[in-house]
Design a protein around this ligand. Sequence first.
Ligand code: SAH
Length: 525
Amino acid sequence: MTVEQHPRQTGKVYLVGAGPGDAGLITVKGMRCLQEADVIVYDRLAGPRLLQFKKAGARKIYVGKLPDRHAMKQEDINQLLVDLALEGYTVTRLKGGDPCVFGRVGEEAALLRSHGISFEIVPGVTSAVAVPAYAGIPVTHRDWASSFCVVTGHENPNKLDELIEWDKLTLAAGTLLFLMGVAKLRYITDQLLRYGRSPDTPVALVRWGTRAEQATIVGTLATIADEVERAGFKAPAVIIVGDVVREREQLQWAEVRPLFGRRILVTRARSQASELVRRIEDLGGEPYEFPVIETRLPETEAQRQALRRAMAEADSYDWLVLTSVNGVHYWFKHLQEQQADIRQWARTRIVSVGPKTTEALQGYGIQPDVAAAQYSQEGIWEALKPLVHPGQRVLLARGDLSRSWLKETLQEEGLHVDEVDLYVTVLPEQDDPDLLEMLEEKSIHIITFTSSSTVTNLLAALRYMGVQDPVARLNHALVACIGEMTARTAREAGLRVDTVAEYSTIDGLVEAICALEPTAVQGGC
Ligand code: SAH
């Protein structure tokens, strides 16, 4: 019997602009392409943070140029896209900025077309406009410039004169923007002076704009080449020539935000990280998510049985203690799974720990009877002490890693205590070479720990990725902990703790991070 061979259907290629680096600057459509691709082909200008949005199991292929070598020739990249599509994959080719602005998208698209492979071009926010904007420089302005022109400074110096008619270009537009021009800056400024621009014309260079490494240098056509040389200012940068540069003095905004220049590692579970990520972004920092915790429904039969029993005996409990937002959500998941009704808990008094837990309960229409302000077990006891009586029954419903101190204290006071694990905490298996590279380059400036298990799991995750001495690898960065317990775990593991939140909340943690001395951030600001 012969098996009929179905040829695999040819895949499709999306040529997507990633924007200049700030992950928020990709388009909605670009993000969808990123999330749906089987393979992502990317280079250095498309920031690593975006790759975190790829779907589970999608492949990443780095084809970018490194300063000291060419990672892959353009022809080979073109061919790679063709090969991947012919194998049936949906491919997203992620390019820095806009793919059509010096992005060589034409060559990639042409080869795809010649093989009959369908493609889409998804425009992006070009660095030519966005990078000046992040330095407080609008490329046009009513008073200064009614046109702008984007020019390649080209990496190959010999080609510059073939590509550019300097006599025409110099006065052609109000604002001139050069990409790939740092190495040829002196030549560019000489040509502009020679063909009629005033030596006083303001010039700015913005390097790694929209990212934590953003740096700006300002001068004039007459001075900038010397200043750049003196400062050792390196590519990649956008060169902005024209009066619009004057606006920076009053419009500077990105670089004066409290967390500007800080790349901050967020280790908490992805499902819980969004608030912290958002706060960091709002304050101008660059979050990098590496979740070292994942919560799941309890896995053992004993755990499940304990939960079933607790639900069945609902009306016998005087107190139900819920200790976290996660706990609240899992609690209702269990109710739903066992088709239980919250009204079975009507006579039980509910204790919540911390304002966020209370908020989560209120989201389900429940006003806790007792809201302990402190996240610690000692805090719960303080709140409960005046209310409980010997002989009462308490259900402590929590994650699988909680300490047993509270249970023991309640038992010593003559109460009957049952504990159930609402969820279990696991270390997700993951490989993140980009993170390892950033740690090696010391370009993670602050590490946040939001529980003891984030500490232990981050060290375990690094070991799993082959780092022999994870503590040494992390010690260049500042360490911020959400509370004393977490800080103790970090110190015991050998880490230096630089700040501990006064209040054990995300707001408290963010406040503590903002108070860190900018100068303490190595390589940051
Ligand atoms: N397609 C890209 C440009 C590619 S050419 C775009 O639309 O932005 C590469 C050049 O872009 C770099 O040499 C540099 O001049 C500029 N560039 C890209 N991203 C940048 C960034 N984040 N900061 C400064 N310059 C950047």
